[in-house]
Design a protein around this ligand. Sequence first.
Ligand code: 4NP
Length: 146
Amino acid sequence: MVCLGNICRSPLAEGIMASLSNPDRVVVDSAGTAGYHVGNPPDPRSIAVAAAHGIDIGRQRCRKFQASDFEEFDYIFAMDLENLAHIREMARNARERQKASLLLEAGGFGKMEVPDPYYGGEDGFQYVYDLIEQACRKILEHLERN
Ligand code: 4NP
């Protein structure tokens, strides 16, 4: 799960996907394309909205997306088009490039982005939570069928 800062959207996406999937079968992680917050915990507003849904993301620490993630993971889900473009620029071949997609598009929403809630209010975080949860459920259904 990849966003810009790895403190608002992708930590939520990591926590939600991990909570919905079998840890023996699915490894979930998150990262940011920017390095401003490396080593920091998620934004307190993301921690709060996850906690309100029974998910603890407080132990996550921000890290930067790196080219080796293309080797580690089968799927790379970007929160928005800018981050998707950035990830694809880092891919070293077509196979790596094809691992990256837009989370909401993979989750059945069409070419839609998860809006950045960083500069908005608390309700932006709940909205983002709901979008991500719906997309993750759809992606897991799809993976289980294939
Ligand atoms: P995120 O949100 O990409 O969802 O983690 C942001 C967090 C921090 C910044 C931008 C977006 N920032 O500019 O510091």
